[in-house]
Design a protein around this ligand. Structure first.
Ligand SMILES: Cc1cc2nc3c(=O)[nH]c(=O)nc-3n(C[C@H](O)[C@H](O)[C@H](O)COP(=O)(O)OP(=O)(O)OC[C@H]3O[C@@H](n4cnc5c(N)ncnc54)[C@H](O)[C@@H]3O)c2cc1C
Length: 379
């Protein structure tokens, strides 16, 4: 028997959980459907930490969204009583003309964001763990830090349900349909109808939106944890989140040591091996450890200790590596958010607000139009 809700959200990961929370907070009758557990480790939001930065090297247009994202992260912390965001400062390193340094500086100057350029002496005094070439630039952004992804998703889902949302885990959506009367969703457990649908399927978005033929490439990504030779140099409270920019546009990046997850986390940000989210190899492969080990050896020798853990995660890369947020071109009552290309988590708070506004009012006052589908059609 079909059930009636105002809005159905497919996917209760980072974006979907936030959307359920924002919708429920407006009083909408929302149903969130998740194929795995809430939260889980099969998608894009696993690994205990996600970096957040404001001086956005990827494009300055993201900065107004980030300002709102930070406000909403702080509101979520105060509404839930949970600590979710750690502002440790962010250290960006690389040759002065690498994309990470030039892009971060451009965004900071354009939007008047606080930052400091550290000279060699300041870098050596404040962050002893880094050994980088003499001619590299070092930019420190005080607003940067990290979020706790699994705890964020749990918190959004918990508050959403306390505000009246219905969320079902372990219930896969196998088909959806939309017409001028509303939307219908068929799952492995039942059939539901609603006025509107929001699709936040992460790495499964290409499958859920097959008729659109979006170019979304899912890649297998690796994160590693090691026990550093000198743990004191990497302590939360004195060590920042960090990124090292390379000539090919990729980054090595990492986090301070955290109280509840042993070791030092480090990873390489670049699209990994293309894969299918239902068939991805989740066990370690030869070369996984080397994807970050070389950077430790060269730039953070005091961190280059024994391996503790390796985990896989998924990027869903759009053609230009920018997000896709829009109405479905054939179905105005369907909203889609995908292609977060390995840098979306920090925006989950504001993207949930945008998706909720689009679903409820068909518009959002936030400046997200640069992320619409049109740009991909024109090229
Ligand atoms: C290794 C790694 C490091 C990263 N580091 C950062 C970082 O430092 N900072 C940052 O900002 N971002 C980072 N990201 C990117 C960020 O984590 C992602 O952009 C973000 O998590 C994407 O959220 P999502 O909601 O699109 O996907 P997910 O959180 O994966 O949610 C999608 C959900 O949809 C569900 N779903 C799909 N199909 C169906 C269906 N048919 N029925 C029911 N449910 C379905 C899935 O099971 C999943 O739970 C990183 C990503 C990875 C992999």
């Amino acid at each position: 028997m079909a059930q009636v809700h105002d809005i159905i959200v497919i996917g209760v990961g980072a974006m979907g959980a936030s959307t359920c929370f924002h919708l429920a907070s407006t009083g909408a009758r929302v149903l969130g459907l998740e194929q795995f557990d809430v939260p889980h480790a099969q998608g894009s939001s696993t690994g205990f930490s996600r970096m957040i930065r404001m001086a956005y090297y990827e494009h300055p247009d993201y900065v107004p969204l980030l300002r709102r994202a930070y406000e909403l992260w702080h509101e979520l912390e105060s509404q839930s009583g949970q600590k979710l965001l750690y502002q440790t400062g962010g250290l960006y390193l690389g040759v002065p003309d690498c994309e990470l340094i030039t892009g971060s500086l451009q965004a900071a100057k354009f939007h008047g964001l606080p930052y400091e350029m550290l000279d060699r002496r300041q870098l050596a005094e404040r962050f002893k763990a880094f050994h980088v070439p003499e001619d590299w630039a070092a930019m420190l952004e005080p607003a940067a830090g990290f979020l706790l992804p699994e705890k964020v998703i749990s918190t959004f889902a918990d508050l959403a349900m306390r505000r009246g949302a219905e969320i079902h885990g372990r219930e896969e959506v196998v088909q959806w349909k939309a017409d001028q009367n509303g939307v219908q969703v068929q799952t492995t457990r039942g059939r539901y109808s609603a006025k509107r649908l929001v699709i936040c399927g992460g790495a499964w978005s290409g499958k859920l939106l097959a008729s659109l033929g979006l170019e979304l490439q899912v890649t297998r990504q690796v994160m590693g944890w090691v026990w550093p030779k000198q743990p004191d140099l990497f302590a939360l409270g004195s060590f920042p989140v960090w990124a090292i920019g390379h000539a090919d546009g990729s980054l090595h990046y990492g986090f301070p040591m955290m109280g509840d997850v042993p070791g030092l986390k480090v990873a390489h940000h670049a699209p990994g091996t293309p894969t299918d989210p239902d068939r991805v190899e989740r066990q370690p492969l030869p070369g996984d450890e080397e994807s970050f080990r070389g950077a430790l050896r060269r730039f953070l020798p005091a961190g280059d200790g024994p391996l503790l853990a390796l985990r896989t995660c998924l990027y869903t890369n759009s053609r230009d590596h920018h997000f896709i947020i829009d109405q479905h071109p054939q179905h105005p009552n369907v909203i889609l958010a995908c292609g977060f290309s390995g840098h979306g988590f920090k925006f989950a708070s504001v993207i949930g607000e945008i998706l909720s506004d689009l679903a409820m009012q068909r518009k959002s006052d936030l400046p997200f139009k640069f992320l619409s589908l049109d740009r991909l059609r024109k090229k």
